[in-house]
Each structure stands twice: as structure tokens, then as C-alpha cells.
Design a protein around this ligand. Structure first.
Ligand code: GLU
Length: 279
């Protein structure tokens, strides 16, 4: 068993992160497995070295340990580029020059009331006719979901282990078209995306069990599809409940009142934090 905790250093870790990291760490320890830490810092504009240091400090204080060196996504860009090239070679990609504003304008009337997917509203396909030969440095690269789905069986599946018994979750690939559409694989500013890098790295680190909040469950069908297209293994997934504040709102990074560092400073013990998150 190889578990991982993969935070982005864009803020202080809060109780929800503590819960996720402790679940993964405890599961690995109980099963004589390995717990890995991965720093997801591809978005350099939002990530700060001080937050990365706080991740190490808070997790060590909670009693967690992990092998060094820690994988940091900012050092992995060639691996993401190679995966992107694989998808381009399969003829599944196109360059997109749309700004958020272009997309909003194209969608304003007809898409009203449509539920946004895991990456927000489904891209209306303005650039779909463009080919990779026309791509410029300032373009994002999108996955042509129609072509991708056409190469796949009608259902893909993964195993969800959050419940009492493991459950096979079937993903209807047509639903991927309707709910996710042509997702961005490589943003113009960073040359990759959360979806692409997480899939590449879970495979590179031989992750067997992904433990993360159920807010990320809508992204898992995309990850499963990318694993199939890139011929990568699929880990088991455990999408756990979210930790909420008294009003029922889920915690966010800007919610410093619930930061692990704040409880530490106030004299709480790691055991207190475990109890606060119901462990
Ligand atoms: N880096 C992501 C986050 O901090 C988590 C990625 C994952 O667990 O798949 O929300």
C-alpha cells in the first residue's frame, strides 16, 4: 500500500487537511504501507515557500513522517510535457486561445442554468477546429473529449473505498462529454494542469490508494479517463467527508481560524486535533 497526501502550498493547512493526511497516514501505518507527501506547487503565482515550510512543520507536529526527498511538482514539468505529447500524438488535443471572457460571452444565454462541471462550465468548443500545428505559446491545450471518449469503452470504472465495503463506481464516458467536456490539459502559464500532473505523479509514485476529500470526487472520472488514455494504473480511491465549521460551511485555505498552526499556537495537542476531526 502506498498512500499520499498532496497539498498545494497556497495557504495554511486547516483541520480538513489534517483529517485527510491523518487518514492516509494511519491507513498506511496499519497496513505496513508507505505514506508519501507530495507538494503540488505547479501554480507558482499562488504557491509560497512559507506555506510549503508550514506544511512540513504542521504535519511533523501532528506526528506524521514520510520519506525524503519529497516530490515537488514544480520540478516535474518535463514529465507532464511528455504525457501531454503522448495525448497530442493520439490526436486528442487542440490549442485554445480563449480567455475567460471569450468563453463567458459565447456561453451567456444558451448555457444558463447548466451545472458547472469540476472545472466550471463546460467549454463551448470555440477553438475545437484548430490543430496543434497552429498552436502558439500563448495557447492553452485542451483535450478533445469527443475524440477521447470515442477511443474508450462506454464505461470506465474505479473502486471507491470510503464506505463500509468497496464499491465499483462506473463512469459513463458520455457523461464525461456532457459534464466535463474539453478540459484544459495544459494552461498557457504553467504548461500543465492539476488533472494531468496528478495522474502522472500518482503513477510515477506507484500510489495504490488515493485518500482525498469528496470535493475532489467530481474530478476522478477525468483522472480515470487520463489513466486509460496514458495507459497508467488506477489506484483505489477514498473520497472522505469534509470537515465543516459550526455553520456547516466547508473549510477553505483562507479560513485561518481553523488552521492547524493556530491550534498549535493556542496550546492544543496533536491528539486534540485528531479528536476535533473525529479520529
Ligand atoms: N493538491 C490538491 C489540493 O490541495 C489535492 C490533490 C489530490 O489529492 O488529488 O487540493
Amino acid at each position: 500500500m502506498i498512500e499520499r497526501f498532496a497539498p498545494s502550498p497556497t495557504g495554511l493547512l486547516h483541520l480538513g487537511h489534517a483529517y485527510s493526511a491523518l487518514l492516509a497516514f494511519d491507513a498506511a501505518r496499519t497496513n505496513n504501507g508507505t505514506f508519501l507527501l507530495r507538494i503540488e506547487d505547479i501554480d507558482l503565482a499562488r504557491c509560497k515557500p512559507a506555506f510549503e515550510q508550514a506544511i512540513y512543520d504542521d504535519l511533523a507536529w501532528l506526528g506524521l513522517s514520510w520519506p525524503s526527498p519529497v516530490m515537488r511538482q514544480s520540478t516535474r514539468l518535463p514529465a507532464y510535457e511528455a504525457a501531454l505529447q503522448q495525448l497530442i500524438a493520439l490526436d486528442l488535443c487542440y490549442p485554445c486561445k480563449c480567455t475567460r471572457k471569450d468563453i463567458a460571452q459565447a456561453m451567456s444565454a444558451p448555457q444558463e442554468g447548466v451545472n458547472p462541471g469540476p472545472d466550471g462550465p463546460v467549454y463551448p468548443g470555440i477553438c475545437r477546429g484548430r490543430t496543434m500545428i497552429e498552436s502558439a505559446k500563448t495557447d492553452a491545450i485542451r483535450l478533445d473529449m469527443r475524440k477521447a471518449v470515442a477511443q474508450m469503452p462506454r464505461t470506465l470504472s474505479y473502486i471507491e473505498t470510503a464506505g463500509e465495503t468497496p464499491e465499483i463506481i462506473e463512469i459513463n464516458t458520455d457523461k464525461l462529454l456532457a459534464e466535463c467536456g474539453d478540459i484544459v490539459l495544459a494552461r498557457k502559464d504553467i504548461g500543465t494542469s492539476y488533472h494531468l500532473s496528478v495522474v502522472v505523479d500518482d503513477a510515477a509514485q506507484n500510489i495504490t490508494h488515493v485518500t482525498r476529500g469528496c470535493d475532489l470526487a467530481p474530478a476522478t472520472p477525468i483522472h480515470r479517463l487520463l489513466q486509460a488514455l496514458l495507459e497508467l494504473p488506477t489506484p483505489l480511491y477514498r473520497h472522505h467527508r469534509l470537515i465543516r465549521d459550526e455553520s456547516g460551511k466547508r473549510l477553505a485555505k483562507r479560513d485561518d481560524a481553523r488552521a492547524i498552526a493556530k491550534y498549535r499556537a493556542d496550546g492544543a495537542s496533536p491528539q486534540d486535533v485528531r479528536e476535533m476531526v473525529g479520529l
